[in-house]
Design a protein around this ligand. Structure first.
Ligand SMILES: Cc1cc2nc3c(=O)[nH]c(=O)nc-3n(C[C@H](O)[C@H](O)[C@H](O)COP(=O)(O)OP(=O)(O)OC[C@H]3O[C@@H](n4cnc5c(N)ncnc54)[C@H](O)[C@@H]3O)c2cc1C
Length: 306
């Protein structure tokens, strides 16, 4: 019916859509850590109408989750039961500029904003260009760096909800906080509007390069990681607590603490998700013992253990 090379039982129960389904997709291919078992089915909607039909007619109680660029995710080795939605069609990578207002699909990579800023003599969003991942994921996590967060530049989003309704939500109603949001987990952000400001491209380019240099100097690059593992507790820095607690050179099989930034965990090549999670939980335990502070994971852990 769907013309698959490979089918599983779940996909036979799913509604007919214009987008694509893929069965038993290794999540290691969709995450920056490069680990994780298979998604039972991945669904790549064509556009909002297609996604809406899927949400309205999907089987009752079907487990669902949405991913972006997978740069803030640790998917467990047993994979993800149900359907993983990824906004990856051309529709979700579109972008339109109207003066200083930029409207994009939520599947657009943050780094693609760079060219848009330069081509349109705009600035103010340089911080976002340096953060890995896609725009939808960056709203959910309220990603930020160098003194700015996504919420500072977000005007509104379009959402498809669990019942398939499509509607706009102003940024303030998403309740974005430090690396978190308080809107329902079953809302899928499908597009968004950002506020930029007029700026000489030479200045924008200079800021972009400064951010890149800062990252190269302080964070691991070209390595399998998901960025900062733990949130900074109020008034403190997670990396300082990790270092103080003697965790800066911890290793669990193929997973290790980055030598460059000890709040980053690295898959050195053959780590499992279990190795990475065990390393993280060991850090949480030791930091608690040494400082009485409980670190909170910034990386989202999803899926089931093997
Ligand atoms: C090297 C490195 C450096 C990093 N530096 C920073 C940094 O400086 N600042 C920072 O804040 N983060 C940083 N991160 C973490 C990460 O890049 C950000 O959190 C990023 O915004 C996540 O986007 P993503 O598309 O990869 O989301 P994913 O990792 O795919 O998903 C993250 C969360 O968003 C949800 N989600 C994804 N798409 C949608 C959608 N369309 N609608 C609703 N929910 C959605 C997912 O369900 C999940 O809960 C870094 C990561 C790496 C690997």
């Amino acid at each position: 019916m769907f013309g698959f090379k490979h089918e599983n039982d779940l996909v036979k129960l799913l509604p007919e859509v214009r987008g694509k389904y893929k069965c038993d997709v290794p999540m290691s291919k969709h995450t920056w850590f490069g680990v994780g078992g298979p998604a039972e089915v991945m669904y790549f909607p064509e556009d909002d109408e297609d996604l809406s039909v899927f949400m309205k007619t999907r089987p009752y109680n079907l487990p669902l989750c949405v991913i972006g660029g997978g740069s803030n995710l640790l998917v467990r080795d047993g994979g993800i039961p149900g359907v993983v939605i990824k906004l990856d069609s051309k529709y979700y990578r579109r972008c339109q500029v109207d003066g200083t207002i930029i409207t994009c699909g939520a599947g657009m990579r943050n780094s693609d904003l760079r060219k848009i800023l330069l081509d349109n003599a705009l600035g103010g969003l340089e911080f976002l260009c340096s953060i890995p991942g896609h725009l939808g994921g960056s709203i959910k996590t309220n990603a930020g760096c160098y003194g700015k967060e996504t919420k500072d530049v977000l005007i509104k989003v379009t959402v498809v909800d669990e019942e398939g309704s499509i509607f706009d939500v102003p940024a303030k109603d998403l309740m974005l906080g430090y690396r978190c949001s308080h809107f329902p987990d079953d809302w899928i952000i499908t597009s968004l509007t950002l506020q930029a400001e007029p700026q000489d491209p030479a200045k924008t380019n200079k800021i972009l390069n400064e951010h890149k240099e800062k990252r190269m100097a302080s964070q691991p690059h070209n390595q399998r990681t998901a960025g900062s593992t733990f949130k900074n507790p109020e008034g403190l820095r997670a990396w300082e607590l990790i270092k103080k607690s003697g965790c800066a050179d911890l290793v669990v099989n193929g997973a290790k603490v980055s030598e460059k930034h000890c709040n980053f965990l690295i898959n050195t090549g053959n780590a499992t998700a279990h190795d990475i999670e065990t390393l993280g939980e060991t850090i949480v335990k030791r930091v608690k013992e040494e400082t009485s502070i409980t670190l909170e994971w910034e990386v989202k852990r999803i899926g089931v253990s093997k």
